[in-house]
Design a protein around this ligand. Structure first.
Ligand SMILES: Cc1cc2nc3c(=O)[nH]c(=O)nc-3n(C[C@H](O)[C@H](O)[C@H](O)COP(=O)(O)OP(=O)(O)OC[C@H]3O[C@@H](n4cnc5c(N)ncnc54)[C@H](O)[C@@H]3O)c2cc1C
Length: 423
């Protein structure tokens, strides 16, 4: 990947003005900025870390084909696709039951059922794209938002840049600053939700088996386990368990840990080797009561957070970014004020209900499967029977999980121009 030549660090005396300030340069914030490349809007991304530190997170994400299509529409996909895992099959199983529900590409009509991208690959590609292809986008980093004052015609963003206070004025502020969003707080937007009794243990492994194109979701009574193929005979594992158990697994002696893992993955992957730290994250569901207010909009985890089962969170954030970029570009083209509440409400109407449906679905999945009460066990077995035996149920479930049932952003329908063939 190329170096990042256009990173701008704030000078202590400089004041920036822009149409749009995106607070948070994670994958969602950077996707929004990249999606606005041709909009004619000037964009500043405020990120608390350096670009390198922001991209350094050790996590892999299951990406749906729709997220891939959005990246393709933006023009960044060719910088991502060669470096990520791709899977043709998804196998669901109730603990170690041999009755698998098998999803295949023909169920969706796409070449792959999904991808698995590491955070650093995705974010470096987006940073690189912004720095080389997006003239109207600039970075302010490391710069931390401290406060926002909303006015009739704009917003004043107070920043802390290496201990120096700075000010940035923009027509619209977008909170892409994650679950503890300062933008959300500054706009006095409340949230609802709950913490789960579970945490997720995440890590990466290499495996012996030559097969690397199957994503597994194995539902154990303590919590689901996502086994996601990365490029190069590696898997990213998201193992959900009650808090204390997840902590114990984190510190378990490595040989013992791998033998537990071999049992829990059903031995499909042959001999395993741990290639990363084991990290633990508590799991939470969160939905903002509003996604927008006058001069402010929330995207990604700043707006919502869901259980990692079925790998939905980032995919929702990418769809938020594509939807908001579309609404803002169209409004700007018509000469409308992009910070006007009536424009921003179009984005909220589009995204809030769809996200809520997925939040509900992931919560339902986790409660149904992390449960050994006899009537619930019978109910979920019936559900799995339908998925195995009624093709329509399988297709609908897959479309729902991949975002193809909802309104698709225009960006997802733009095909990348194939590279010119030299004579
Ligand atoms: C264990 C686990 C596994 C997961 N697996 C998947 C998966 O397989 N697939 C999937 O789709 N999703 C998955 N998710 C969800 C996914 O991680 C999140 O939805 C996604 O990272 C949210 O991205 P974001 O850009 O909105 O927020 P973040 O990644 O949190 O980025 C926020 C950015 O804002 C910056 N920031 C914060 N505060 C400030 C401030 N005051 N000033 C300036 N900058 C600031 C931060 O430095 C950061 O760069 C998983 C989550 C967990 C916990």
């Amino acid at each position: 990947m190329q170096d990042l030549p256009r990173t701008e660090y704030l000078q202590s005396t400089k004041t920036y003005d822009c149409d749009l300030a995106i607070v948070g340069g994670g994958v969602v914030g950077a996707t929004l900025a990249a999606a606005l490349a041709d909009s004619g809007l000037s964009v500043t991304i405020v990120e608390a870390n350096t670009l390198e530190a922001a991209a350094a997170r050790e996590r892999g994400y299951a990406l749906s084909p729709l997220s891939g299509q959005i990246f393709e529409g933006i023009g960044v996909w060719e910088r991502i696709f060669p470096y990520i895992g791709k899977y043709h099959h998804i196998y669901l199983s109730d603990a170690d039951s041999p009755r698998l529900v098998k999803f295949e590409p023909t169920d969706l009509g796409t070449e792959f059922l999904g991808y698995v991208g590491e955070h650093r690959i995705l974010l470096r590609a987006l940073q690189d794209f912004i720095n080389t292809e997006c003239e109207a986008v600039q970075w302010l980093c490391p710069a931390r938002l401290t406060q926002v004052t909303y006015q009739t015609d704009g917003a004043v963003i107070e920043l802390d840049v290496a201990g120096h206070p700075q000010r940035l004025r923009s027509r619209l502020v977008v909170g892409a600053d994650g679950p503890r969003s300062g933008v959300r707080e500054s706009a006095d937007i409340s949230t609802w939700g709950w913490k789960y009794w579970q945490s997720c243990l995440t890590f990466m492994i290499t495996h012996e088996s030559p097969r690397n194109d199957i994503a597994f979701e194995r539902f154990w009574p303590d919590g689901p386990m996502g086994v996601l193929p990365l490029a190069g005979n590696r898997y990213h594992i998201v193992w959900t368990a009650p808090h204390a158990e997840a902590k114990a697994l984190q510190t378990l002696d490595e040989a013992q840990f791998l033998s537990e893992l071999e049992y829990y993955t059903g031995g499909f992957l042959g001999k395993l080797q741990l290639t990363s730290d084991r990290l633990v994250f508590p799991v939470q569901l969160l939905q903002s009561r509003n996604y927008v207010r006058h001069r402010v909009a929330l995207v990604g985890d700043a707006a919502h957070r869901c259980h990692p089962v079925a790998g939905q969170g980032l995919n929702l954030g990418i769809r938020d970014a594509a939807a908001l970029a579309q609404i803002l570009s169209e409004a700007h083209l018509r000469g409308e004020d992009i910070g006007d509440l009536k424009i921003l409400k179009r984005y909220e109407r589009w995204r809030k209900v769809e996200n809520l449906a997925i939040l509900g679905f992931t919560d339902f999945l986790d409660r149904m499967f992390s449960n050994n009460w006899w009537p619930i066990v019978q109910f979920r077995r019936l559900g799995l029977w339908f998925l195995r035996n009624v093709p329509l149920c399988k297709v609908l479930a897959l479309k729902f999980m991949t975002g193809f049932w909802g309104r698709r952003p225009a960006l997802s329908q733009i095909k990348a121009t194939p590279p010119a063939v030299k004579a």
